[in-house]
Design a protein around this ligand. Structure first.
Ligand code: FAD
Length: 391
């Protein structure tokens, strides 16, 4: 006699920070959870070298509610999990200079507006003048006019965090399966009933299927999406560079820049990590084609901001991780019209790590209560079709 595999109440596809943190939240709430990951935990955008910025400073205003809910959770899990989650609250500085052709009053105006709106939306933000900024970061170049300081910003070892949530989810009772590539969603009468793996095995779905597979989401959804559900998605492969710190300089904060594609962190071994928006040329299937120009641009911006980097040695560049992006720069979190018991979330657009715990909390609330939280409505797919109401 053959035995039918018992359906987990919740099946999650994707073992990045979103899948693992949601698996943890749901298992802790008493749900039976199976997480399916095509490769290893943290094999996608949530893995790789260096650290991710956990920043609200200069974030798209529509995402700030996710940051204000998520940031206390980073601090909480850092304390609560044995070994932490690799999170450090360093504070963040968003730097302003006067770019060529701009007027000082315009730059000061946007700096003040940014601090004001962030404060109003619950993100403590302080305006610092040039001297106050240099006091916090003495290595910065003198061309800056000031900064916005967010004391609650920080950094996180993303690979470590994703693996830590996977371990905690497992401890809480979730089943995590790696090398389990989901090839197809099976459905009857408008409900996902299971997923077929590349190995042909069928994994049954109980209550809900949750697709958090980043670059894999659209491929899985495509056969069930209706014509009005097409989404404007692109992929990018953000570049991270690592340089030495020959004279033992210190960078105290997570640094961003208003006019340069630049994010700077000093990772715990003293090495300086440079990222912040340069992406590299890549093939449609996500293979990095190499881009010396992106390296050149990133280094020029870094040296203009922190002149000591001109004396560093170049250690490595890594642009091996694929991220999905939405044309309007914020995530898409929704349900496909044809599958009422399925939720998907992707298109984090290069800044999804920081807000993952906020989103996971709301996704868990949605799944546990059955009602979609209002806070997620801003990320609905319908925004691309001129209407927030149901089709
Ligand atoms: C280089 C780089 C730098 C970044 N810097 C920052 C930053 O400083 N701050 C910030 O907030 N964010 C940053 N981000 C964005 C952030 O890292 C991502 O938004 C976040 O990690 C996405 O998490 P995820 O779990 O959705 O996706 P992923 O981590 O990509 O996880 C998805 C998983 O799904 C699996 N999968 C795919 N298809 C299938 C399938 N069919 N079946 C089963 N499994 C499947 C993949 O193998 C993968 O492991 C950066 C991203 C990159 C790439």
């Amino acid at each position: 006699m053959t035995t039918q595999a018992t359906a987990a109440e919740i099946v999650i596809v994707g073992g990045g920070i979103y899948g693992t943190s949601l698996a943890y939240e749901l298992a802790r709430a008493g749900k039976t959870v199976t997480l399916l990951e095509a490769d290893d935990i943290a094999a996608g955008a949530s893995g790789g070298s260096g650290e991710r910025g956990v920043r609200a400073n200069s974030r798209d205003l529509r995402e700030l509610p996710m940051a204000t809910v998520g940031f206390p959770l980073w601090a909480q899990y850092q304390r609560q999990f044995e070994g932490g989650v690799g999170y450090r609250r360093t504070g963040g500085l968003h730097l302003f200079n006067i770019p060529h052709g701009a007027h000082e009053h315009e730059v000061r105006g946007s700096m003040e507006a940014m601090a004001m709106v962030q404060n109003a939306l619950g993100v403590p933000s302080q305006l610092l003048d040039r001297a106050e900024t240099l006091e916090r970061e003495p290595e910065l170049s003198g061309d800056l006019i000031g900064s916005v300081y967010c004391p609650d910003d920080g950094v996180c070892d993303h690979t470590f965090a994703t693996q830590a949530f996977a371990r905690q989810a497992h401890k809480a009772g979730a089943t995590l399966r790696t090398r389990a590539h989901v090839a197809e969603i099976l459905h009857i009468n408008g409900r996902a009933t299971g997923v077929r793996l590349a190995s042909e095995e069928v994994v049954p779905v109980g209550e809900k299927l949750v697709l958090l597979a980043n670059k894999g989401v659209l491929q899985l959804l495509r056969p069930v999406l209706q014509s009005h559900e097409i989404m404007p998605i692109t992929t990018q492969m953000p570049q991270m560079m690592f340089v030495t710190n020959p004279n033992g300089k210190k960078i105290n904060h997570l640094l961003g820049h208003a006019h340069r594609k630049l994010s700077v962190k000093q990772i715990p071994d003293g090495t300086v990590m440079l990222s912040g928006g340069q992406s590299v040329a890549h093939t449609p299937d996500g293979r990095w084609k190499g881009s010396l120009s992106s390296i050149g641009l990133g280094l020029a911006d870094a040296i203009a901001t922190l002149p000591f980097i001109d004396e560093s040695s170049f250690l490595k560049v890594d642009a091996s991780r694929v991220e999905t992006c939405a044309v309007d720069g914020i995530p898409i979190v929704d349900t496909p019209a044809a599958l009422k018991n399925t939720i998907y979330g992707f298109a984090w657009t290069g800044h999804g790590f920081a807000i993952a715990l906020g989103l996971a909390k709301y996704l868990a609330e949605w799944i546990l209560s059955g009602d979609k939280p209002d806070a997620l409505e801003i990320f609905c797919r319908k925004r691309f079709h001129g209407s927030f109401s149901s089709p």
